[in-house]
Design a protein around this ligand. Structure first.
Ligand code: SAH
Ligand code: F3S
Length: 477
């Protein structure tokens, strides 16, 4: 059977989509190629969130096409995901060697399309249609696959799309309207993963705090009774009637996943400050498997900019959530996303973002240079900032974020922290790597049998992004 090389750009949702596509291809008998050089099919799963992410994938495909045209003209080339969705056929017009373009609601058709193209039944395929129920099609996992070794952690996609329409963001256009899977469907997938040895599950969606708030097709046909509770879009759970009326569908979902025996840790990404209710804060106190880690995108520290971004919260509301989370657990690891150089951002606005970074002391943050995206309101706003200004603010904020991150890591030196051992360290495969509950990476010398275990490690050294555990004082429980 032919082999496929799949390269992924962008976020964890893209990683998850690629994994499901790879699992479907493997189920059909394809093998996964270790590199593009030996593959019969090369698929790029793309990201559109910033221009440079799109550019990288286009450049890569241009190079591949040039190389293969001369040496191996039979190789099949395809674009998947967000850029495929937003550009569609235009990609083939630009790069005629591309055979396949598949959007974000059709990942589950990729394996069939590859079959059709390889068998010569079709010449080119572009599929960017919407599909009802597509949110429930990302479910196959590649556990224990050639590339992954023994899988200890897994991502589970709980919803697709976003209706928040932040003015800078292309996601609502590439991923579509919010659609949630039903709780029973998600729990069944999680159970299966745990049965196969997974210890930690990360629930994934573009805006998980909106989970289940809009009735989607699969929620209706699932065992949920979203209409019976007054039409609030709440998903009630037939097997677990004990929720108070204030419990949001997302917290109900966490609670249901929490009940799975053998599962040790739950994470989720990404929530939105606007939907961050008291019940979610309280869940951290109530549910021990929900680890003390929160990725909560703030985007800006200026109320004026937050409003222009259409974020739906203020700086003080964001700070209030952070206070609440730290009150529940002072060890809470808190990370964020920040955009610098949004149109019209003044020195005063930027100073408020810097002040917020100092005030919150994030454990880490992704700092992004604003990138105008097609179809988004912000791209048409006046006062787009010059590249040099954006560049300078980016470096200034990043330096502060890194300095704080390093200082917070240093605090861990000498402490004993619980880690879940995930496998060989990415930087040095002779060592092992795990994560603390607060989501910090710990590298230590251990042996294969530690993989998949929860263990206590004494932190002997802190580098800016990594902690090092002492093998001599490893305390195996
Ligand atoms: N809710 C999603 C957001 C996806 S985009 C999630 O958290 O996964 C991820 C991050 O990219 C956003 O939080 C934002 O900080 C950044 N981003 C989105 N659009 C951008 C743009 N036009 N320019 C720069 N950064 C952007
Ligand atoms: Fe994008 Fe805002 Fe949704 S950042 S994914 S539109 S919450």
């Amino acid at each position: 059977m032919p082999s496929v090389f799949l390269k992924t750009y962008g976020c964890q949702m893209n990683e998850r989509d690629s994994e499901a596509v790879a699992a479907q291809l493997v189920a059909k008998g394809y093998s996964l190629a270790p590199s593009e050089a030996v593959a019969d099919v090369v698929l790029l799963n793309t990201c559109s969130v910033r221009d440079n992410a799109e550019q990288k994938a286009v450049d890569k495909m241009t190079n591949l096409a040039g190389q293969f045209r001369k040496q191996r003209p039979g190789v099949l080339l395809g674009f998947l995901g967000c850029m495929a969705q937003s550009r569609g056929k235009e990609l083939i017009d630009q790069l005629p060697d591309v055979d396949l373009v598949v959007g974000t609601q059709k990942f589950h058709r990729v394996a069939d399309y590859v079959d059709d193209l390889l068998a010569g039944r079709r010449d080119k395929i572009v599929d960017t249609e919407e599909e009802r129920g597509s949110e429930a099609t990302i479910k196959e996992h590649l556990l224990n696959g050639a590339a992954k070794g023994k899988a200890v952690t897994a991502f589970v996609s709980i919803m697709q799309g976003c209706n928040q329409y932040c003015t800078f963001c292309i996601v609502p256009y590439t991923r579509g309207q919010e659609r949630s899977r039903s709780i029973p469907d998600i729990v069944a997938e999680c159970r299966e993963l745990v049965a196969r040895g997974v210890k930690e599950i990360t629930l994934l969606g573009q805006i998980v705090t909106s989970y289940g708030r809009r009735n989607s097709e699969s929620a209706k046909v699932g065992k949920c009774e979203s209409e019976k509770d007054g039409g609030a879009g709440r998903l009630s759970l037939s097997h677990s009637p004990a929720f108070s009326p204030a419990t949001s569908p997302f917290v109900q979902l966490i609670e249901a996943v929490h009940a799975i025996e053998g599962l040790e840790r739950i994470r989720f990404t990404s929530p939105h400050p606007k939907g961050y209710g008291d019940d979610l804060v309280a869940a951290y106190a109530r549910l021990p498997k929900l680890v003390e880690s929160a990725h909560l995108p703030v985007q800006s520290g200026s109320d004026r900019i937050l409003k222009l971004m259409h974020r739906g919260y203020t700086r003080s509301r964001f700070l209030e959530i952070i206070r609440q989370l730290r009150a529940v657990n002072p060890e809470m690891g808190i990370t964020t996303d920040i955009i610098v150089g949004f149109p019209g951002e003044t020195e005063v606005d930027f100073a408020e973002t810097l002040a917020l970074a100092h005030e919150v002391e994030f454990d880490n943050a992704f700092v992004f240079k604003y990138s105008p995206r097609r179809d988004t309101p912000a791209a048409a706003m006046p006062d787009q900032l010059p590249e040099e200004v954006i560049e300078a603010r980016h470096s200034q904020l990043l330096a502060i974020i890194n300095e704080i991150a390093e200082r917070k890591n240093k605090v861990c030196e000498g402490r004993v922290l619980q880690i879940l051992v995930e496998g060989p360290s990415r930087k040095n495969p002779a060592r092992l790597e795990g994560r603390t509950r607060a989501n910090k990476i710990v590298v230590f010398e251990g042996s294969e049998r530690h993989i998949g275990q929860l263990m206590d490690v004494r932190i002997v050294r802190a580098a800016p992004f990594t902690l090092y555990g002492d093998p001599a004082i490893v305390n195996l429980n």
